[in-house]
Design a protein around this ligand. Structure first.
Ligand SMILES: NC(=O)c1ccc[n+]([C@@H]2O[C@H](COP(=O)([O-])OP(=O)(O)OC[C@H]3O[C@@H](n4cnc5c(N)ncnc54)[C@H](OP(=O)(O)O)[C@@H]3O)[C@@H](O)[C@H]2O)c1
Length: 288
């Protein structure tokens, strides 16, 4: 029996079923490092990979998927468009280029990576890409300002997910309540606090880990699963890749979930102002 045989799926507001657990490849070097990490994960039963144009490793993700023994329809691939690709017409072209880079035939989930620029123009092209069968589900990332309601109220297809920073110190319960009218769920980035030692060393996680024979990282990831969050912790370490997946054979009690809730202090690990984020948008070279 594989460690991911009991993994869970979430039904999105468009009816598609997304694997609730996967692996992210932010800051993973393109080429052999990404290919090996993705292959390692797929061999263990992972069936969900989260990448982005801005991570510059889509080609490597696609290569590892094509070379794996896992049928394409059993793998969920998410990627993200950068604001320089937003706008009616420009986004349609950017989607076609992304499909070529990935080489996966279609994209399971396509996100607007940031809430800047002509996101409404981009969204229209993304809706058309769904109708054309190029993309199965569409969503947003880092929409936490009033741009969230602006986009949702203009959209024909409501965003399936909003991918945002989320972990026990920053649970995003308020954002989830705001998104309820649209049926949009949370995908957690920095699910392990980007590997922050302070979060991983919380005594409560060590105590619960001892009780269940799990590591602190596994307790945190299990908390996300029971909250209903979709997660894709990043790792290039084979030990961590296996450990992170081994969270489907135990459950935290309601009391333990409530204990973890007491850690929700609003602390974020990514603290760049919106102005600085917008200023830095051009800090990398988009690929063809
Ligand atoms: N949409 C956005 O703007 C956005 C922003 C950030 C991230 N994301 C997505 O979210 C994914 C996850 O975020 P992230 O990679 O920044 O942070 P993360 O998954 O919270 O943490 C990754 C860090 O934790 C370490 N780690 C992984 N498993 C561990 C374990 N079992 N025990 C101890 N340490 C462990 C990793 O090191 P090793 O590699 O050595 O294991 C790495 O340093 C990204 O890869 C990306 O797909 C999206």
């Amino acid at each position: 029996m594989g460690i991911l045989d009991n993994q869970t799926f979430v039904t999105l507001n468009d009816g598609n079923k997304i694997p609730q657990f996967g692996m992210g490849v932010y800051m993973v070097a393109p080429g052999v490092v990404t290919e090996q990490a993705v292959s390692e994960a797929l061999n263990l039963g992972y069936c969900h990979i989260d990448t982005a144009h801005a991570y510059q490793n889509e080609r490597s993700v696609g290569k590892a998927i094509r070379e794996s023994d896992v049928p394409r329809e059993n793998i969920w691939v998410t990627s993200k468009l950068w604001p320089s690709e937003y706008g009616h017409g420009a986004t349609a072209q950017a989607i076609d280029k992304m499909l070529k880079r990935l080489g996966t035939g279609y994209i399971d989930l396509l996100l607007l990576h940031q809430q800047f620029g002509d996101y409404n123009g981009a969204w229209g092209d993304m809706e058309d890409a769904v109708a054309a069968g190029k993309v199965r589900s569409i969503g947003i990332s880092n929409f936490e300002s009033s741009h969230l309601e602006d986009l949702c109220n203009n959209a024909r297809i409501k965003p399936a997910v909003n991918q945002v920073e989320c972990h026990p110190y920053y649970s995003q319960d308020d954002l989830l309540a705001r998104m309820k009218p649209y049926g949009t769920i949370i995908e957690s980035w920095y699910p392990l606090g980007h590997g922050d030692a302070g979060l991983l060393d919380e005594p409560l996680f060590a105590q619960l880990g001892k009780e269940y024979g799990k590591t602190s990282a596994q307790i945190i990831l299990r908390w996300h699963i029971q909250k209903g969050n979709v997660i894709f912790p990043k790792s290039t370490n084979p030990k961590h890749i296996a450990e992170n997946a081994d969270i489907f054979d135990f459950a935290l009690t309601d009391k333990e979930m409530a204990q973890i809730k007491t850690l929700d202090s609003g602390k974020r690990f990514f603290n760049m102002s919106l102005e600085d984020q917008e200023h830095n948008l051009g800090n990398w070279a988009p690929e063809d």
